[in-house]
Design a protein around this ligand. Sequence first.
Ligand code: UDP
Length: 350
Amino acid sequence: MRILVVGGAGFIGSTSVETFVDAGHDVTVYDDLSTGHASAVVRPARLVRGQMEDRAHLTRVLRDERIEAVLHCAAKSLVGQSLLDPGLYYRNNVGGGVSLLDAMHAAGVTRLVFSSTAAVYGEPRRVPIAEADRTEPINPYGATKLAFEGAMRWFAASHDFQAISLRYFNVAGSTERNGEDHDPETHLMPLVLRVAAGEATHVQIFGQDYPTPDGTCIRDFIHVRDLAAAHLLALEATSEGDPSFEVYNLGSAAGFSVREVVEAARKVTGRAIPARVVKRRSGDPPVLVASSRRARRELGWQPQHSKLEQMLADAWAWKLTHPTGYSRPQRTDGTPVDRSTPRPGTPAPA
Ligand code: UDP
């Protein structure tokens, strides 16, 4: 399959690219490198640098590369930032996304998988959350992902798209070559590993007075490898049947509490990892766990790496081999990028 991965230089996108390349697919990445890393794109995948809003450029790339299916994982994805700057989120996640849909329609490409989020559900009325449950996002991040899903639905109906949206919560772990390198970093696991590595003095636990067994929030973590496998299964599923828009939740079916994550990280790393309880972070529901029964049944998805210890061990191994993340100079030249992409997996200079 000839696949375009929009946002393929980011954490989730680059890992998906690896999985597609390993499975023998021909992959092109389209990314503006605003948060992604050129060196995260494994060869022989090609990197084209471009903006989502540039519909003409996207259309050209889709045609020139004779793309058959698109994985869209380019998005602004920080809840706090989305509350401070909703316009940025609507421009990027909705405006940029619709530009992609238009470009696909213009180029005659109708197979699309979207990397969505369980934030579209907002505060769940029950857990585990099922696909048919009410969607009522509580921040612009979730609202813009849901708005884009709406656009996908109508493109499927009006332009014969076969589109699948995958909704999931917390992605963790890493492969040997690609891991998590965000700036700023706000996610629990990488922050815990920063403390383990001596880059910060302690972990802040945001609230220990939630109605959960140990008082800390419970989250549904999924290994990025399992997520990449789901992306591939979903892309394959778009080749069959009538034009459609489908939604699948992805999760590990069992959540872990913030305390459990810190405790497991201590075991995996052998480091002390001091933790301090501070006040709740606003907008954090006590328990977020998704039911993935539909994805397992219909896509044949079977998470294999999403054990807590394994996710932490893999992310820790990547951190040890990449102490400064992807801190190579980023290319600023045009497209397509040549084959001299620095080989991912090479430890960055200390
Ligand atoms: N969390 C925490 N300390 C941190 C970062 C996160 O206690 O330094 C908690 C956060 O309040 C939430 C859980 O860890 O309950 C997961 O947060 P994260 O930001 O990683 O992902 P989210 O669930 O918000 O997508």
